[in-house]
Ligand binder design. Sequence first.
Ligand SMILES: [Zn+2]
Length: 255
Amino acid sequence: MFDSISELSAAIAPVIQYHKIDDPSRDARVRGGFTPPRRFKRQLTFLKHRGVVFYTASELIEHYKQHGQFPLNSVAVTLDDGWQDNYTNAFPVLKSLGIKATIFIVPSCLGEQSTKAVAEGEGVRAHLSRAQVREMSDDGIEFGSHSMNHRLLHELPADKVLFEVEEAKRQIEDLTQKECRTFAYPAGYYNEAAQKIIAAAGHIAAFSTIYGPTDRFDLYGLNRIEVLRRDRFIFQFARKLAPLFATRGKAGNDQ
Ligand SMILES: [Zn+2]
């Protein structure tokens, strides 16, 4: 089904994943998901200077579906959980650099302080408000689904997965008045049943981070490159993203 070029591009979509664009809160024992705003800006500026073209997640997938491969030198910036810092800290950076991004939100958390998506041992944290989502959406930020309640889909019976998937999509579309086309699995977990439900609901792709096939391409099990707090220096960030730029479009030169 795939030619050698798309096989080379199979393992990782050119999609990077962030969580919180903030300094770690004092009670945070798990700090990996925090990227300080200045570092976020430095990383994206680095990519911009490299000539990277930024896409939303769904634009990238559409391109793949039409051409059988991802565009060269492309990146989609994604942020999971829809934290309020995405508005206060990430949005100004994205705006000033003219960079598109996709934020995967949990509709039941909007406007709330919640523990539904925090790391273990962490207290409540503020999510985006509905007004903030609308403002960002009007400005070109894409909003994808991160399920209705951030429950781990591989642990739920089919009827609950169906609700988590369909209700989230409906509420996001209601809010943005745009189609919600992409999905990110809460904590990255999925199974085949969840993949089928997400596809049937009308999403064009679903993203994980922690696992996914590395030997074939699965639009409903796409890996992303997770940027963590320990990626402190630009050379670490560049090294982490190197696979994106080393292989795509260069059949037979995959190292
Ligand atoms: Zn999450």
